[in-house]
Design a protein around this ligand. Structure first.
Ligand code: ATP
Length: 305
């Protein structure tokens, strides 16, 4: 095992009657890009803000770079960078002036050129903040988070509201951060983003972590595949084949025994002379796994109530 940058045991946070974080354990190693996922209200922001030292915890042990963030030590602040969803930067300063201002707050700042290179704002160096696009402003937020050359960076929903091109740009930036050896704790609502960027992901539901693995591992742990096809006009698909019709007219079934179920389907089609149009077999995506994990929890809580 590598060196733990973040180690959390039995973390709990209560807001009055509501227990928003209910016994979370986490270990994030140096150099990892780790994504914390979960539906609205799962407790992600609460957890991350406790790690950042912005909220107190009700119970549990938390170590960030060997410090307890609850003690608000300057030495820890100097070694971490926090990129919040909304940061208010001075609109009339240029990109370089903004980053330099923040560099001035730290004992060993990262060189300006290196920061601009990593976040992809070299060409906007002398542009005023108010003239930047939304995506460029977000990258400037990250540049500011990098000013002190932090070992650990918290990135809260770094691409919310981005167009597809800007998102790809932000993804390239996060890959650059990994190459610099930074540890990144990312929260995002985009599962493709987590799948593309994260070394490991944890899925949080109702204050608990319900799954944690590499994106590929999470998908592979789910043995299911999905078979889809389009039935020709008038062809009745026997119910015992287990297919349901989707809104777009495709027939769909999940299977844990692909060989058998595909054989059953194609045997029926051959016997009946049915052409299986648009036949596809696919593994589940991280999004499918996420939806299943979060749905299961909904079902359980409905049963309980
Ligand atoms: P989102 O994806 O919507 O940002 P989240 O996973 O970050 O959600 P949290 O913001 O941590 O979730 O909230 C977890 C639960 O705690 C929610 O039910 C929320 O209403 C509640 N909560 C959060 N902050 C407070 C607070 N300061 N006081 C009381 N309740 C709070």
């Amino acid at each position: 095992m590598g060196e733990a940058v973040i180690e959390v045991r039995g973390l709990r946070k209560r807001y009055g009657e509501l227990e928003a974080v209910r016994g979370v354990d986490l270990r994030i190693e140096r150099g990892e890009v780790f994504a914390l996922l979960g539906p609205n209200g799962a407790g992600k922001t609460t957890t991350v803000e406790i790690l950042e030292g912005h909220r107190d915890r009700s119970a549990g042990d938390v170590s960030v770079l060997g410090y307890d963030p609850g003690r608000h030590e300057v030495a820890l602040k100097e070694r971490t960078g926090v990129v919040l969803q909304q940061t208010g930067l001075e609109p009339y300063l240029t990109v370089a002036e903004t980053v330099d201002m923040f560099r001035g707050y730290y004992p060993r700042p990262l060189p300006l050129d290196e920061i601009l290179e990593v976040v992809g704002l070299k060409e906007q160096r002398d542009q005023r903040v108010r003239r930047l696009s939304g995506g460029q402003q977000r990258r400037l937020d990250v540049a500011v988070g990098l000013a002190g050359d932090p070992e650990l960076l918290f990135l809260d929903e770094p691409t919310t509201g981005f167009d597809p091109t800007a998102r790809r740009g932000a993804w390239a930036m996060i890959r650059n951060l990994r190459e610099l050896g930074k540890t990144v704790l990312l929260t995002t609502h985009y599962l493709d983003e987590a799948q593309a960027l994260a070394d490991r992901v944890a899925i949080m539901v109702r204050g608990e972590i319900v799954a944690e693995d590499t994106p590929a591992g999470l998908v592979a742990a789910d043995a299911d595949a999905v078979i889809r096809f389009r039935a020709p006009e008038g062809a009745a698909v026997p119910e015992n084949l287990g297919f349901g019709e989707r809104e777009d007219g495709l027939m769909e079934a999940r299977t844990t025994d692909l060989t058998r179920d595909l054989h059953t389907l194609t045997s029926w089609a051959l016997d009946e002379g049915v052409v299986l149009e648009d036949l596809t077999v696919s593994r589940l995506s991280l999004e499918d796994v996420f939806l299943r994990l979060t749905d299961e929890d909904e079902d359980e809580s409905e049963e309980a109530s």
